[in-house]
Design a protein around this ligand. Structure first.
Ligand SMILES: C=Cc1c2[nH]c(c1C)Cc1[nH]c(c(CCC(=O)O)c1C)Cc1[nH]c(c(C)c1CCC(=O)O)Cc1[nH]c(c(C)c1C=C)C2
Length: 508
């Protein structure tokens, strides 16, 4: 298959950068342009080291802070790290560390430690009232018949699934908290089949989540084989370093991945245009022209977008018969406020990952609408030279952005941890406040079918010359973004065309 003549990639977050990286390796003779509206690369990956004077320094992340090595996305992340020679910068947290094992739910006004294994359930039930609904929930799941699907595309919200299979208490007190911690979203608005396809499969194949998990019926042989194939090419030393890791990061934060990708693109066939917002995209026969607000007009045979298509001003310009008003292009994206508070080493009542706050926690115990608190100093203590207590409070999401005032947001975070964690946390020695606007999309029920329709629409109107990648369409984790970027370039290489949505055509 001849390589594409020219490719324009829109958006230089992790998805766009990774697509450019794989494209330059596979298509060294192709003219590649990467457009980014802001003056920096990496999207909402943002790591900063702040100076603490006599206390040394602290690494602060306002986007993703740790990465996971599991699954196809995790394997591709490791492959990228290997290729970029980032292994020596890696930090890992083991599967037996407190950060991997200790997860808490704050409900109704105290911290409940979630059991990390089946054997830990009895102890957890004795200690925490909120968790006493677990045995009944398991019984409920084992005895409730599976839902009969009226049609193949049937979907429901994560909340409705948990309520049906495990009961109201689990849906309200645990599932809603987990969704706060991953999507900063309301579990009543999130698609089960897109966000947790495994749960859907377990119910459909074994009639019960618990039974299906025991029988191992959720294993997807094709995914497993692909993961193994990618892992087999990773260097033995990196494979060894990651052997027992549950999560990983870099000494100077996740942004090191961005700087390494940027470094690898220098002196290559990729032209990076920062501070260059796309004004509109026009199409003439089989060529797209990206018109930028800075006055550039760049023509290419292929277009890869990591931003929602309506943001490219394509309606009417590209194909009159097609509409970008469909909901698949306009997902709800809640705002999240990320406040990091730094203290000299301070004893806390818990250690581990941190805690999540479900929607059923009364407002009196959570007056500022916090979604959860991460104990960064437990997850990656190696990132800071001196012993510190470093906490990140996440506010907003479905609770909304209650103020834009930085000082008030900081005070809301301090109030939250002094009320919920320890009264000794009233005076941080440093803090950062970052309002992440419209950051994580909430994929609504039906998103999978919407992607399948979009695939066909892109094929019929654009013949596989326009592809979509990244969190606006295909998944929010860094591993998901890296995967979608890798897949689109692989597909282009093998077939000459791609929509970025091929994988979702066969999804069960
Ligand atoms: C900055 C806010 C983020 C919130 N969710 C995500 C980010 C970046 C994305 C995300 N968070 C988690 C996952 C699951 C899979 C994974 O890759 O780990 C995803 C895709 C789980 C998670 N949630 C929190 C942490 C520390 C982690 C581990 C991975 C990570 O570093 O993000 C804490 C947390 N994140 C959010 C909230 C509201 C929250 C609450 C304590 C939103």
């Amino acid at each position: 298959m001849p390589p594409p003549k020219s490719i324009s990639i829109i958006g230089a977050g992790i998805s766009g950068l990774t697509a450019a990286y794989h494209a330059t390796r596979l298509f060294p003779g192709t003219a590649i342009h990467l457009f980014e509206q802001s003056d920096r690369l990496g999207g909402w990956i943002d790591s900063q080291r702040i100076d603490l004077g006599s206390h040394g320094s602290a690494l602060v992340e306002s986007g993703p802070r740790t990465l996971r090595p599991s699954g196809v996305g995790g394997a591709l992340l490791l492959d990228l790290i290997d290729k970029l020679h980032l292994e020596k910068e890696l930090l890992t947290s083991s599967k037996t560390s407190s950060a991997a094992r200790n997860r808490y739910i704050y409900h109704p006004d105290n911290l409940n430690r979630l059991p990390s294994s089946l054997l830990a359930i009895p102890g957890a039930l004795l200690r925490h009232k909120t968790l006493r609904s677990i045995p009944r929930a398991i019984w409920n799941d084992l005895t409730t018949p599976p839902q009969q699907q009226q049609h193949d595309e049937h979907d429901e919200s994560v909340d409705s699934f948990f309520r049906r299979r495990f009961g109201d208490r689990i849906a309200d007190d645990i599932a809603s908290a987990v969704i706060h911690g991953i999507y900063a979203a309301d579990s009543r608005q999130l698609s089960l089949r897109f966000a947790f396809p495994l749960l859907h499969k377990l119910e459909q194949r074994a009639g019960s989540v618990v039974r299906g998990a025991f029988r191992g019926v959720g294993v997807d042989a094709r995914e497993k084989a692909l993961e193994e194939d990618i892992r087999s090419a990773i260097s033995p030393s990196l494979t060894h370093a990651m052997q027992n890791a549950s999560i990983f990061a870099f000494k100077e934060g996740i942004a090191q991945l961005v700087t390494s990708l940027e470094g690898a693109l220098q002196h290559s066939n990729v032209a990076i245009h920062t501070s260059t917002a796309v004004d509109r995209i026009s199409r003439h026969k089989d060529a797209y022209t990206v018109h930028t607000q800075t006055g550039l007009a760049v023509e290419s045979t292929h277009l890869i977008s990591s931003v929602p298509l309506p943001a490219l001003g394509m309606q009417g310009n590209v194909s009159e018969s097609e509409s970008y008003s469909d909901s698949v292009h306009h997902l709800h994206r809640p705002d999240v406020t990320v406040v990091t508070l730094v203290y000299p080493r301070t004893p806390l009542p818990i250690n581990g990952f941190g805690y999540l706050i479900p929607r059923s926690t009364p407002a009196a115990s959570n007056p500022h609408g916090a979604l959860g608190v991460v104990i960064d100093s437990d997850a990656m203590p190696q990132q800071d030279p001196a012993p510190l207590t470093k906490l990140t409070v996440m506010l907003g999401g479905p609770h909304g952005l209650r103020t834009e005032d930085t000082a008030q947001l900081r005070q809301m975070a301090v109030d939250t941890v002094t009320r919920q964690l320890s009264a000794h946390l009233h005076s941080p020695i440093a803090s950062t406040v970052c309002v992440q606007r419209a950051c994580i999309p909430t994929y609504p029920p039906g998103h999978l079918s919407a992607l399948q329709s979009l695939h066909h629409s892109l094929l019929s109107h654009h013949h596989g010359r326009l592809a979509v990648i990244g969190s606006p369409y295909t998944g929010i984790a860094v591993g998901d973004c890296v995967r979608s970027a890798w897949e689109v370039v692989q597909t282009l290489n093998s077939t000459g065309t791609a929509t970025g949505l091929e994988r979702f055509q066969n999804a069960v």
